[in-house]
Design a binder for this molecule. Structure first.
Ligand code: CAO
Length: 416
């Protein structure tokens, strides 16, 4: 089977992480993604945090695979003409410039729609249109603070904390990809393109919806029984930081295993799922707790949950995190070793599934990247290296009807 998005042409005006994560995924699934970059410099991530002098940084290569690169100065008259031709024959334009940059370039939504009524214009911004912060430029951690993640992450006695997961960037890109696919489906029916906008604040909040649930519960009853502050601590009128507590009805915590004194990741995440209480007791050798009224219900366990975790840590003392999980899985207990990035990079299962995959790059050689987390029965996703800056400029200009002489002149004038 050909790839599902084959035939969809995307002008990729994205940079850094939020936009590139979106277009990279669409490229994996078959879209022709043309990354438009400023001549001479390109996406800032090409040169950010470089590990090999003069070679595109991993930050860039891991977010721009399977794309083509066109250099173009869209602020010149010739650059605008090239972009106009591209718009006329493309399906989607994706951008995550600062607010108003596309308009200032002369490509407003109204103008793009005139050029190509079928065009889908997809944007990431920090805040949504009309928001009182709509003029702000935004990066990852700014969005995590604005979207409710930071105020609810970390420990009660520490400051608001951001997550290492790219909740503001890649997560927003994934939301945008869903929006683009929805608009493409709509265009199949109506023939019309549309504007698709996703804000980083909204995307973070979408993942923090259970915290808004908790705010309303707190407003009503004054406490949150699954948080470590309950029942011995105090609550204010805002959702507190819950440390490593399980987010739902399953109390959980990160517990020390053998070697934790020297290994920062010698821990497991352990979950006390209500109906798994008897297996948990059997697994940790505390059968007497199974029918003990002081322990046998979730409610009875609530006020001594940390002493229960302490007992489990005693049991974990002579087991590595992997040995512990190997025992607990036999009892059907939801748990996982806390894996370091080094362990993840070498994980045979992640390698076998293609979630961790080795890619070849023309200048860097081989490097690891995260492959498609979505698996299909009828599509094998192949991850290819990212393009060099302007690698496909000439072939794209040729396809737009430019002659070799014209292309040479455009290079000379630094338009491309
Ligand atoms: N040719 C000519 N000009 C170009 C160009 C090209 N190919 N590509 C970009 N530019 C210009 C833009 O038109 C803009 O010009 P003006 O401001 O003069 O109109 C200029 O480059 C700067 O663009 P920018 O505002 O996007 O870049 P920045 O580095 O100042 O800000 C960022 C970066 C990420 C903060 C901002 O783009 C932003 O807020 N984006 C939306 C939110 C977002 O996606 N953030 C996530 C980034 S991932 O962490």
């Amino acid at each position: 089977m050909s790839k599902p998005l084959e035939g969809i042409k995307i002008i990729d005006f994205t940079h850094v992480q939020a936009g590139p994560a979106c277009t990279q995924m669409l490229a994996w699934f078959g879209a022709d993604v043309i990354k438009v970059e400023r001549p001479g410099a390109g996406d800032v991530t090409r040169s950010q945090l470089r590990d090999i002098p003069g070679v595109d940084a991993l930050y860039f290569t891991m977010l721009n695979s399977n794309k083509r690169s066109l250099t173009l100065d869209t602020k010149t008259a010739d650059g605008k003409e090239i972009l106009t031709k591209l718009i006329k024959e493309s399906d989607v334009l994706v951008e995550n410039f600062g607010p108003g940059a596309l308009d200032r370039m002369g490509f407003t939504w109204e103008h793009i729609r005139e050029l190509n009524p079928g065009m889908i214009v997809a944007s990431v911004k920090g805040f949504s249109d009309g928001h009182h912060y709509e003029d702000l430029k935004v990066y990852e951690n700014v969005a995590q603070c604005a979207g409710g993640a930071a105020s609810t992450t970390g420990f009660d006695d520490g400051p608001p904390t951001v997550s290492a997961a790219a909740l503001g960037d890649s997560n927003t890109g994934m939301h945008l990809a869903i929006g683009i696919l929805t608009a493409l489906r709509s265009r199949d029916v109506t023939g019309r393109g549309q504007k698709v906008a996703v804000s980083m604040q909204d995307s973070v909040l979408n993942l923090c919806r259970v915290k808004l649930r908790d705010q309303q519960r707190l407003d009503r009853v004054g406490y949150l029984e699954e948080y470590p502050q309950y029942p011995h601590g105090t609550f204010s009128d805002v959702v507190p930081r819950g440390g490593n507590a399980g987010g739902g009805g399953q109390p959980g915590w990160v517990l020390k295993c053998k070697g934790w004194e020297n290994d920062p990741n010698a821990y497991i995440y352990f979950t006390i799922q209500g109906h798994a209480w008897a297996p948990i007791c059997r697994a940790i050798g505390k059968e007497e707790w199974i029918d003990d009224p002081a322990y046998m219900t979730a409610q009875a366990r609530q006020d001594k949950i940390f002493s229960i975790f302490g007992t489990i840590e005693e049991w974990l003392k002579d087991k590595t995190k992997f040995e512990a999980v190997d025992v607990l899985r036999k009892f059907d207990i939801p748990c996982s070793p806390v894996l370091s990035m080094k362990e993840i990079a070498n994980d045979p299962s992640l390698r076998a599934s293609g979630t961790i995959t080795e890619v070849d790059h023309k200048e860097r050689g081989k490097y690891l990247t995260v492959g498609s987390p979505i698996k299909f029965s009828d599509l094998k996703v192949e991850i290819k290296g990212s393009p060099l800056l302007g690698e496909h400029t000439d072939e794209i200009l040729e396809s737009l009807g430019y002659s070799q002489n014209q292309i040479a002149a455009l290079h000379e004038q630094r338009v491309v």
